[in-house]
Design a protein around this ligand. Structure first.
Ligand SMILES: [Fe+2]
Length: 369
């Protein structure tokens, strides 16, 4: 993913009522929170298996293009959305027929059939839009294309012999997409088209499990904190002249200041599970704390990700793989170790304004693990 392409710790900004599409209703509660959604059983004819016990599920023999044009589409897509939110990441191999327009329809349905507010749509990256072959701009599409032969890549990666300074840690690669926005992304859909023979894997880590690893007093402490997110080196003076001028998938995502404060622990509206949101590349610090206090918390949370392989998933891409993750429940990091071209199409949805519902529970508690 692009390095930049993320209220108080109470439930003041929960999503409101939602949609009814083709008879499929997104459940909402009387108190404006989306109550946890339940699977309908629409996926039972599709083969699927878990990639780890904590995170990741892979589907087999599923053609999403055909599903998008089938009468059962909304029921199936809604269950796929719930599965992604529960498992963090879902893999759909061999989606060769899926067009960019199909990918956008799917991204819209994943949110609209679950808990996405009416005001949210597809994300527009502030700096990265795609110029199509006919010269038009597709603002909702980010094409991830890196050619290792280019000097810029060599300097950025630190893996190449051309790098002036050896980079010994890539901890700063971990992030959630658009956490610096007032209303960040919900689902990210990455359709890989060209892959190197080896390398270029994407790593995912469960934010639910990070919350579950914390002691109860530490969980409570973190729930009382808000955190500020900002992509480093993206002050308005650096980017204003070349950034997207309109709203970025929500009327609240406007302006040149890419900085937002969110609750450190969020509730995922689909699952009703708590997770640690304040983590990763875009995290500037915890509001109101001294710099040294903020640094200690940040480093502790990062250690939980890097020192616990059981909450990670490392995914090796093949051409036409579609991977969808719920940015609310996972962190991810790219691996810049490849020596051949890698190209993928990314579409992101925009979700709800982050909130913490005090009635929500941890994943382990909810699943009685
Ligand atoms: Fe990303």
């Amino acid at each position: 993913m692009s390095p930049i392409a993320t209220e108080t710790a109470t439930d003041t900004q929960a999503p409101k009522a939602f949609h009814m599409l083709n008879g499929v209703e997104a459940a909402t509660s009387k108190s404006d929170h989306c109550i946890p959604l339940k699977l309908s059983g629409a996926l039972k004819t599709f083969k699927q298996f878990d990639l780890t016990t904590v995170i990741g599920t892979q589907f087999e023999n599923i053609n999403l293009t055909k599903i998008l044009h089938s009468p059962e589409c909304d029921q199936i897509i809604r269950d796929i959305a719930i599965t992604i939110s529960q498992r963090g990441v879902c893999v759909f191999p061999k989606q060769a027929e899926l067009t960019i327009e199909d990918q956008k329809v799917l991204a819209r349905k994943l949110g609209q059939l679950t808990c996405r507010p009416h005001t949210s749509d597809l994300y527009i990256h502030p700096l990265n839009q795609t110029t199509m072959p006919d010269g038009t701009i597709d603002a909702e599409l980010t094409t991830l294309a890196r050619d290792p032969a280019k000097k810029l890549y060599a300097k950025q990666s630190g893996f190449s012999g051309g790098a002036a300074i050896k980079k010994q840690s890539h901890i700063d690669g971990w992030h959630t997409d658009s956490s610096f926005e007032n209303v960040p992304s919900d689902y990210t859909l990455l359709h890989m088209k060209t892959t190197p023979a080896a390398g270029g894997d994407t790593l995912f880590a469960s934010a639910y499990e990070v919350y579950d690893l914390l002691s109860e007093p530490y969980q409570k402490f973190l729930e009382g904190l808000t955190a500020t997110f900002m992509p480093p080196h993206h002050e308005p003076s650096n980017i204003e002249s070349r950034m997207w001028k309109g709203a970025r998938g929500s009327p609240e995502n406007v302006g040149a200041e890419l900085r937002a404060s969110h609750c450190s622990v969020r509730t995922n509206p689909i699952t009703g599970w708590k997770y640690v949101y304040a983590l990763g590349h875009h995290l500037e610090g915890f509001d109101g704390l001294a710099d040294v206090e903020s640094k200690v918390i940040k480093e502790h949370l990062e250690r939980l990700v890097t020192e616990n392989p059981h909450l990670q998933l490392r995914f090796r891409w093949h051409p036409d793989d579609l991977v969808i993750w719920d940015n609310r429940g996972v962190y991810h990091s790219a691996t810049f170790d490849y020596t051949a071209k890698r190209v993928g199409n990314r579409i992101c949805g925009v979700g709800e304004k982050p909130y913490l519902d005090p009635r929500s529970s941890s994943r382990k508690y909810a699943l009685n693990l």
